[in-house]
Design a protein around this ligand. Sequence first.
Ligand SMILES: *Cc1c(COP(=O)(O)O)cnc(C)c1O
Length: 354
Amino acid sequence: MDISFTKADTLKNHPKDSTLGFGTIFTDYMFNMDYSPEAGWHNPRIEPYGPIAMDPSTMVLHYGQAIFEGLKAYRSDSGEIQLFRPKDNLHRLNKSGHRLCMPELDEAFLLEALIKLLKIEKDWVPSAAGTALYIRPTIIAMDPYIGLRSSNTYRLFIILSPVGAYYPEGFNPVKIWVTTEYVRAVRGGVGEAKTAGNYAASLYATHLANQDGYTQVLWLDGVELKYIEEVGSMNIFFVVGDELITPQLNRSILAGVTRDSVIKLAESWGVKVVERKISINEIYAAHAAGNLKEVFGSGTAAVISPVGKIKFNGKEITIGDGKVGPLSAKLFKHLMDIQYGKAEDTFNWIMPVR
Ligand SMILES: *Cc1c(COP(=O)(O)O)cnc(C)c1O
């Protein structure tokens, strides 16, 4: 399929790297493609970024049949632009789509489309330390229909947003809040898909955590309310004794690309990594015994997010001395160094955009 290109009449001014935040500025162009049962995926096109006209009855607005991805393009010191494990993100998009009854995509074609879009928008990739161009592929149900079934038609789009460093005030630990009243996902639900409703489901508990002075919710499993699943929209890791422990993928946890990278990197350094069920009580017991050394979240946006305090059942514990632990700091630096081309890419995770 040929990808058509429609030039914009005027181009936007680029913000200064130092003023970049997250998710508010979008580039000049977007990629669009449509699906219908008759034509399959068709009309791939790069055109000026702009609103999507839709009927108020459009199914995505009512039933939440929507999936997305999040990855970044990084500018290396030599000025080259590179992606980090993009095939994993596009594969996960297909997996989320499968769970949401969406038609399958040609991942190789989508990667080609993304690279074509990035080449057009290359000047939007910021260069200051820690900045990047955030990439948001999305698929939404487009049938104008009020009634519950899966849509017949879909729109796929990719938009780009230059983003600032995640830690402008330094790499500092966050405070997280455990709830036994609300859950993000349940066994058999859609937790392992990157689908819109999961994030809507997380808002109220996050609001309560914020009101209590905590930044993120630590989610427990939706069946027994005992086992740890994720933190906010990140995967979570614990250093207990000399082991790095993370909840095993159980179909309600999102399989993060950063999670997988952390596991592979840590193993390559000789760290014992264990994927298993881990309860919040076990974490509190490890803390009481002096064995809980570090806790951190992992995700594309923050890479590594160290956790300084946890509150559960009214009791707050401080992890280590409340500062960033050595393994968290080492993983953060090394992952960033790979992403920005400062460290050797021994796992073949980098794809240059040329
Ligand atoms: C996107 C996401 C993650 C992190 O995935 P990465 O691929 O590492 O960015 C973790 N949990 C949830 C719920 C997510 O949506």
